[in-house]
Design a protein around this ligand. Sequence first.
Ligand code: CDP
Length: 226
Amino acid sequence: MSFSLTMGVYMKIAIDGPAGSGKSTIAKLLSKKLKFEYIDTGALYRAITYIINKEKIDIDNKKKITDIINSSVFKFNENKLYLNGFCIEKEIRKNIISQNVSEIAAQPFIRILLNKIIKSTSDNSENIIIDGRDIGTVVLPDADLKIYLDASSSVRALRRYLELIEKKEPVDLNKLEEEIIIRDYLDINRKADPLKKADDAIIIVTDDLNIRQVVDKIYNLLNNDL
Ligand code: CDP
C-alpha cells in the first residue's frame, strides 16, 4: 500500500481503540499537521449521554431520544463540541459521562442516528480523520488508512487520571482503571458495532510511546512508509 500526501488525492483516515489509548489527542494533532477535518465520534456519544442524563429520559423512550437527536445541531468548532450553539465540551468530558456512555452507545437506534450524521459529514469532506470504536469496521470500511491504537489498562487509566486531576475533578486511580476495564468490556461485547480492530488496520501500542512519537509514526506511514 502506498500513499502520497503531495498529489492532492483525498484521504480518509480511521483511528480506533479503547478508552484512553490516545485516539483523540493523536487525531487532533495529526489533523492540525495535515490540515484535515476531524470528527471525534466519542464526543457525539458523550453528548447524547449528557442530554439523556440532563433531561432524565428513560433509555427505552426511543421516540423522545430520536426526536431530540434529529432536532439538535451538533457542531465542532476548533475541536470543541457545540450543541445547538452551546459549547458542551466541559460537561461531556466529566467522569460521570464516561461511566454511563457505553450503555447508551450500545443502543442500535442511537448508533444508526449518529452514524448518519458522521457519514454525511465525512461524505462532504475531502480529507478527514475520524476516531472512535467502529470507524475502520463500520463508518469508513474503505478508509485509506486504518489505525488501531492500544495500550495496557494501567497506562490508559493513568493518562485519564492525570487529565481529570488537571481539570480539578478528583478521582481514584484504581477505581478509574476498573471503570475503564468495564467500559472496554461493554464496548467489545455489545452486538451493535462493537469495538474491534479492522482486519486491515495497523496496530500501534502506545504504552511506551509519547504523543509526538505516535503522531510521527502515523505521519511516516502516510509518507509511503507502508
Ligand atoms: O475518550 P475515550 O477514549 O474515553 O472515549 P470516547 O472516544 O470519548 O468514547 C466514549 C464512549 O463512546 C466509548 O466508550 C463508547 O462506548 C462510545 N463510542 C462508540 O460506541 N462508538 C464510537 N465510534 C465512539 C465512541
